[in-house]
Design a protein around this ligand. Sequence first.
Ligand code: ACO
Length: 373
Amino acid sequence: MPLKSYGLEGVVAAESELSCIDGEKGILEYRGYDVHKLAKNSSFEEVAFLLWYGYLPKKKEFEKFKNDLRNRREVPEEIVELLKLLPSTTHPMIALRTAISFLSSFDERLEDYSEERNMERSKRLLAVFPTIVAYFDRIRNGKEVIPPDPHLNHTANFLYMLRGERAGEIETRVLDLDFLLHAEHTMNASTFTARISASTLADMYSGIVAAIATLMGPLHGGASQKVMEMLLEIGEVDNVEGYVKRALAAGERIMGFGHRVYKVMDPRAIELRKLAQELGEYTGDLTWYEISEKLREVVYREKGLHPNVDFYSASIYANLGIPVDMFVCMFAIARVAGWTAHMIEQYRDNRLIRPLQRYVGRKNLKYIPLEDR
Ligand code: ACO
C-alpha cells in the first residue's frame, strides 16, 4: 500500500516545463527565467507569451500578441446581461466563475481540442477576465460599464474599465508587476484542479471554472482578502503585537503567512514588498505597508513564518482603491495565464489523473433489511 501523504505533500503530480521553485533557497523561475529578473525587465503580457509559447517574444511577435489580446477583450452582450441579473451582493469571484461558465456556450467549436484552438481560447480567456471583473464591479454599483480601450495595455485597460478614468503610470506598473508575479506557480491547488479537469478531457472553460472555484478558498488566493480584513481590524502599528499574540494563543492562522513549499521568504513577496512601499509613497498612504512591516517582524519572531504572495498584495490593492472582495479576482486575472498553459501541457501528453485513497471505514457489515432496522 502506498504511503499516505496528507494534502499530497511531497507528491509529484505532473511533469511541467512552465515554472520551477526551490523552496529552500527562495527561487522561482518561469520557463527558466528568474522571477526577479522578469519583474525588473518584463511585463505581464510578455510573461503570458513566455508561458504559452516557451520563449520570450521578438518585438514584432510581441506587438502582434498584444494586438491579439486587445482584439479579444470584449464580451458578448449576453454576458453583460447575465452580470446584471446577479444580486449585487454576489462575490465578484462567483460572478467571474459564472460568467466564464456562460462564455463556454459561445464557443461554437467546444469539441475541438486542438492545440491551436486551445491557444486561441487561452488568449480569449486572459483577455476577458479583466473585462468581466471590471464590468461586474460597475454593474453592482449601479454604474454604466466602460468598454475596453484598445490604446491601453492589459493592466492599464483594466484599471480604466474599473475606474472610468486612466490610471497613473506608477499605479499601472505596480499592478502589472503584481499580475506578473501571480501568473504561474507550479502545482498549486487551483492549477492542479485545472490539470485534473484537462486530464479527463473536459473542455478548457470547465477547467478554468474549476480553477476559479478552487482559488477562492482562504488557504489559497482568498488569503489576500483575509489579510486586508486583518489589516483593517488591526488599524494601527501599535496594535500589531497584541493582535498576533492573541491570534496565535487562540490557535488562529495569521493570513498571508506560511507556505507549503517556501521555507524562506517567498520571492514574490520580496518584490511585492518593494512595490507596496513604492505605491504607498506615491499615494501618500503608507498605513497598510507599515502595519504589514510590523506584522512581518512579529510573526517571524513569534512563529518563524514568512509572508507569502498574498500578504503585500493586499496593501497594494488597497492603495489602488480595489474593493476588498475583489482582491482574489486580481489573482485570477493573473493566474489564468498559468492555468491555461498547464491545461495545454496536460492535453499534450495526457494521462487521466486518478490517485488512490486509503480506506479507513468499516468492512464486512451484515446487511439488515429496512423493516428490521
Ligand atoms: N499562521 C499561523 N500558523 C501557521 C500558519 C499561519 N499562517 N501557517 C502555518 N502555520 C503553522 C500551522 O499551525 C502548523 O503548526 P503546528 O505544526 O504547530 O501545528 C504548521 O505551521 C504547519 O502548517 P500546515 O497547515 O501543515 O502547513 P501547510 O503547508 O499545509 O500550509 C498554508 C500552507 C495553507 C499556506 C498555511 O501556511 C496557511 O494556512 N497560511 C495562511 C493562509 C494563506 O496565507 N494562504 C495563502 C498561501 S499562498 C497561495 O496560495 C497563494
